[in-house]
Design a protein around this ligand. Structure first.
Ligand code: PLP
Length: 380
């Protein structure tokens, strides 16, 4: 048993973060807004490329929420949302008083099924007489969704798209960065994502006007008067100048982190190739270029004589953290009444899959240890 716990995905500092944080202290910018926030937004804009404008926010969840607000989602609307995701993709739909309509995944990427998406759109129009207000697509564990087909459907039915790239910073589809396809995109800088600001997120906006609107809602919807005037409901969603300092330091290691996650996925794949019944989820074709935020495996219990929960418990006994795949939103008790369009894909993934340690703190040696321990569970 290893003494050091191997975590799923822990943040790692570059060493330059403290310079920026210190600068904030030295200049007494210990507030939301400030030079680190401006600089971090600029660096993210350079990263996401021309035509994209970044609003740095207090969390990825806040970014999802503001994205929906800017798409005009409001009480009584329906929003189509990938069912197989983390709850933060869906909860802000409910914050807006709207109704999430969950759509299942397709088997190659494990993300939004274009077939079911179109079926859901037609069916909702038939049932409610109205088009769904928006589509929330997610690149789960960094694997890009099939964006060509999804964009084509979104365009055909003229439904705007919010692209949740919280787990997919640095992933590419057809060479283009995930997060830059949708009308709005979302990054998360939570402690376990590709880079961290300890907690934070960004809304990727299509124009400087949209960014201004996002920051307006993120700053309590305060109108430009000398006194506090409010004509809309606002939120306190801005990123602090301290957190943005950490973000600036993290930008210097983003590419290293991405390369490391990808190297670990390749190592896992190499190691599991010889094991019948355990497969690593990989890019389905050249079009896809996952950041492999988390390497995920599926365990065929018929061929291995074990299952994902047995493996998880064994790893835990060896001080190695692993985690079941996301439980689909349509199976969550809180969403028991939400409409859903299903094909069985996410319900099959949930009980058979496992996320393995993948962060910058996981070494190549750790991968060998983890694989060795998983092999011990195999009974065939
Ligand atoms: C982490 C995550 C979020 C939310 O980001 P926070 O910064 O933790 O609020 C949203 N969507 C997905 C898919 C995530 O994994």
């Amino acid at each position: 048993m290893t003494n050091r716990r191997i975590h799923l995905c822990l943040a790692r500092m570059s060493g330059t973060e403290q310079t920026y944080v210190q600068e904030a202290f030295d200049t007494n910018w210990v507030v939301p807004l400030g030079p680190n926030v401006d600089a971090f937004e600029k660096e993210l804009e350079k990263y996401t490329g021309e035509g994209r404008h970044i609003a740095a926010l207090s969390s990825g969840t806040a970014a999802v929420h503001l994205g929906l607000i800017l798409l005009g989602v409001t009480r009584g609307d329906e929003v189509l949302c990938q069912s197989w995701t983390f709850a933060a993709s869906a909860n802000p739909i409910v914050y807006q008083g709207a109704v999430p309509v969950f759509v299942d995944s397709e088997p190659d990427t494990w993300n939004l099924s274009p077939l079911l998406l179109e079926k859901a759109i037609r069916d909702r129009i038939r049932l409610t007489g109205r088009k769904p207000k928006a589509i929330v697509v997610v690149h789960v564990y960094g694997m890009p969704a099939p964006m060509d087909e999804i964009m084509q459907i979104a365009r055909q039915y003229e439904i705007p798209m919010l692209e949740d790239a919280a787990e997919a910073m640095g992933s590419r589809y057809d060479g283009r960065l995930c997060g830059t396809f949708g009308d709005y995109g979302v990054f998360s800088f939570n402690g376990n994502k590709m880079i961290t600001t300890s907690g934070g997120g960004a809304l990727i906006c299509p124009s400087s006007e949209a960014k201004k609107q996002a920051l307006f809602y993120a700053t309590q919807a305060r109108e430009p008067y000398p006194y506090y005037q409010h004509e809309q409901i606002g939120y306190n969603y801005r990123m602090s100048n301290i957190c943005a300092g950490i973000g600036r330091g993290q930008m210097t290691v983003l590419e290293d982190h991405i390369a490391h996650h990808r190297r670990l996925a390749a190592l896992y794949n190499e190691a599991f190739r010889e094991i019948d019944g355990i497969s690593v989820h990989l890019n389905p074709s050249e079009q896809y270029d996952s950041n492999y935020w988390l390497t995920t495996i599926v365990i065929d219990s018929g061929r291995t004589g074990t299952d994902s929960e047995t493996v998880r418990q064994h790893l835990e006994s060896q001080n190695i953290e692993s985690r079941p795949l996301w439980k689909p939103m349509h199976l969550q008790p809180v969403y028991r009444d939400a409409p859903r369009y299903l094909n069985g894909v996410s319900e099959t993934l949930f009980p058979t899959g496992l996320c393995l340690p993948s962060g910058p703190c996981v070494s190549e040696e750790d991968v060998q240890t983890i694989v060795k321990e998983i092999k011990k569970c195999i009974r065939k």
